[in-house]
Design a protein around this ligand. Sequence first.
Ligand code: SF4
Length: 379
Amino acid sequence: MKSVKYITHIKNVKGLTDKEKERLSKIEDKFTFRANEYYLGLINWDDPEDPIRRIIIPTEDEFVEWGALDASGESKYVRVPGVEHKYRDTALFISQDTCGAFCRFCFRKRLFMHENKEVTRRYDEGIEYIRNHPEILNVLITGGDPLIMSTPKLEDLIRKVAEIPHVRIIRIGTKIPLFNPYRILEDSSLTDMIQRYSNGDKKIYLMLHINHPRELTRQSRQALKILRQSGAALVNQTPMIRGVNDHPQVLADLFLQLNMLDVPPYYIFQCRPTLGNKTFAVPIAEGWNILEQAKDRVSGLGRRARLVMSHKTGKIEILAVTPEHTVMKYHRNADPANRSKVMIYKTNPEAFWLDDFEEYKAWLKQEGLEGDTDPYTYW
Ligand code: SF4
């Protein structure tokens, strides 16, 4: 198998000058760095604004104090080690604390920084929890990236999940086909395994994380083709990231290429206010306008993506933004009281998150929830 060399120190990145290495090494002490030679090879080093570079190479702007480490309050929904249960029918298995590389804007960067109870490699308690909750129809295996695991290890977890009669859909959240397509191209046991478990009774979905059309190389396209042929359903979700895909034409190109690859565009995420992410975030109003312009350039097939904010109270779709009003609706709700709730707030061009709207602040105050922060907030 072609081994892809992983690089865990900025000083070993060949494309950077010595001065850049010295400057950027300071960031490693705060936010972990990880890349690999294949993905670094996609960077145009002559372009300081290259989008692939932006995804993977640190920037000093990450030092700007903004946001929280657990911006969506995920840790609040951990029921037993490794299992989050926020939405009635869906549970998350946080099975890994590493990825094929680390996106600088990762909303789970806390998993790479701390010992924590959110990740487990011992699955029995989590399996027992899911078995005891017949309302769980979907299990998302995520992390980190589950495809970092060897195929036998991943199969061990998938088998245990698949044996639970009420679980019908098993999702795998992954960026490995983009970060290291050789993981798929050179291990046919992975696709054989997917075929065994995506069998009509159960279905495996791969929740891909493709940020930019340039990630779709010959190798990654081939990897996606093989995965689809194995019987997995593929969908794509990406945050809108400043300097990566915050342009209508980039998103339109991405949607078209996804359509060509039979990968429906599923979610465009509002960049979460995660610590270090100010430089990557696009305000809600601006992001909605960019996405609308992108949709204007593609057919209905490309227009399937919803702009959503993964708020701690639920997944909120941004339906429309006018100069006066921003219209949002709960797409998934953690609290049944929010089911399909519509919010029409005064547009705030500077709002990055629900908490930036005056109406939401007023509601928090009214409910006495103003200090409702999570253990990782603003440390
Ligand atoms: S692939 Fe996902 S989990 Fe991994 S670093 Fe990127 S955003 Fe984070």
